[in-house]
Design a protein around this ligand. Structure first.
Ligand SMILES: [Zn+2]
Length: 189
């Protein structure tokens, strides 16, 4: 067993000071849920009687490797591939088969790419950073019976390192963190 009494007090004080400064450094990002942090995204999940709705908010970087309108044919192809892949959202999110879900809608919005509601209002890539929002709706026979959603985003997009998920399910509201190798989102408390 770890004997705290044998650790010099000075070492403890130093460790506490380090922990406090690390906490202070992480606070601004934690306080702003949709802060733009590369490799990180937020995922809001709502489970109703017959639908599971997912809302992604992410830096474009995780999906594209750049955050502006495409300039070359290769970049245009990357954007087209991303749009096609996100529209096939049932390949990226697999709800528990017990819920019997079918993908029914995907909406993409990215001002930098002129996608979705922001279409026609692009700033022509002048901004330094840019985001993408993806809304995904599954229609399910028994949505409330879904115990989990398997998230395949990390396999598809290696630049993505972590997902902060917020779940509103019949069992209540709670938060989950996902990362590569731990990407099954539990929907039960
Ligand atoms: Zn960025």
């Amino acid at each position: 067993m770890f004997k705290l009494s044998l650790v010099p007090m000075r070492a403890i004080a130093r460790a506490l000071a380090l922990a406090a400064s690390a906490l202070a450094a992480s606070l601004p990002a934690a306080a702003h849920q949709h802060a733009h942090t590369h490799g990180h995204m937020t995922l809001d999940v709502a489970v109703d009687a017959q639908t599971i709705t997912l809302a992604i908010a992410s830096p474009l970087d995780s999906f594209l490797g750049f955050e502006r309108a495409p300039r070359t044919d290769a970049e245009r192809k990357r954007v087209a591939d991303m749009v096609a892949r996100l529209n096939a959202a049932d390949q990226l999110f697999e709800p528990d088969a017990a819920a019997a879900c079918r993908l029914s809608r995907v909406d993409l919005a990215s001002e930098a790419l002129g996608l979705g509601a922001a279409q026609g209002h692009s700033h022509g890539g002048k901004a330094e950073h840019a985001d993408i929002a993806v809304d995904i709706v599954f229609t399910c026979t028994r949505a409330a019976q879904a115990r989990f959603i398997d998230v395949k985003l990390f396999d598809a997009y290696p630049r993505l390192r972590s997902i902060d998920a917020q779940v509103a399910a019949p069992q209540g509201q709670f938060k989950r963190s996902l990362r590569p190798g731990a990407a099954r989102l539990g929907l039960t408390r």
